[in-house]
Design a protein around this ligand. Structure first.
Ligand SMILES: [Zn+2]
Length: 193
């Protein structure tokens, strides 16, 4: 399993990737097995600190991603946008089919227990702050940080965490770089840790 796999609009998931994935659930959502184990441990430890974190999204099949995009595009068009503008706006938060990190089984959207959807101000909540500080201990990174939008191509998402393994997560969070920069500079030294 390649925990450092890069998936974005330029690098879609390899053909047949989803068929080989071994999945396991956390709070009713599916994740790659090792990711699920580490996510569960992280959420249990947060709970020990009095922080409840809800999992709202995990693995998404291509069909499900397609459905989410169609729904978002038509909702944007309902706000008066033409088709192309609606697609462009959707692209900022929902990747094209085959290009979403949620297709890897390594990504989790998390929120507070008071919510059942992503929260743009999640980083200001106790849960968001706990994750920012501690998630790398469990091998997770904040995948789409602020001020890296020009590199990741995705708007700041304080709720989207990605499993990369502990060694890589520690280096990424301590140096303030994003996954694309890490892979460019360090990936041959930090393979599977
Ligand atoms: Zn996400």
């Amino acid at each position: 399993m390649d925990y450092l796999i890069l998936v974005n609009r330029f690098e879609p998931l390899p053909e047949g990737y989803g068929e080989k994935l071994k999945l396991r659930t956390v709070q009713g959502k599916l994740f790659e097995t090792q990711t699920a184990i580490m996510l569960e441990t992280m959420l249990d430890d947060a709970l020990d600190d009095g922080i409840r974190i809800r999992v709202i999204s995990g693995y998404r099949s291509d069909d499900y991603q397609q459905m989410l995009r169609e729904r978002e595009i038509s909702s944007n068009m309902g706000l008066g946008m033409d088709y192309l503008s609606a697609v462009r706006k959707t692209d900022k938060t929902l990747a094209p089919v085959g290009c979403s990190e949620h297709g890897t089984g390594l990504a989790a959207d998390l929120c507070t227990c008071e919510s059942d959807d992503v929260e743009p101000e999640f980083h200001r909540t106790a849960a968001g702050k706990w994750l920012c500080k501690r998630s790398s201990e469990y091998g997770f990174i904040l995948r789409y940080p602020r001020f890296k939008e020009h590199i990741t191509g995705i708007d700041y998402e304080p709720w989207h965490y990605r499993y990369v393994g502990r060694g890589a997560a520690k280096l990424i969070s301590e140096s303030g770089i994003c996954l694309e920069e890490f892979l460019h500079f360090y990936s041959d030294k930090y393979t599977q840790c």
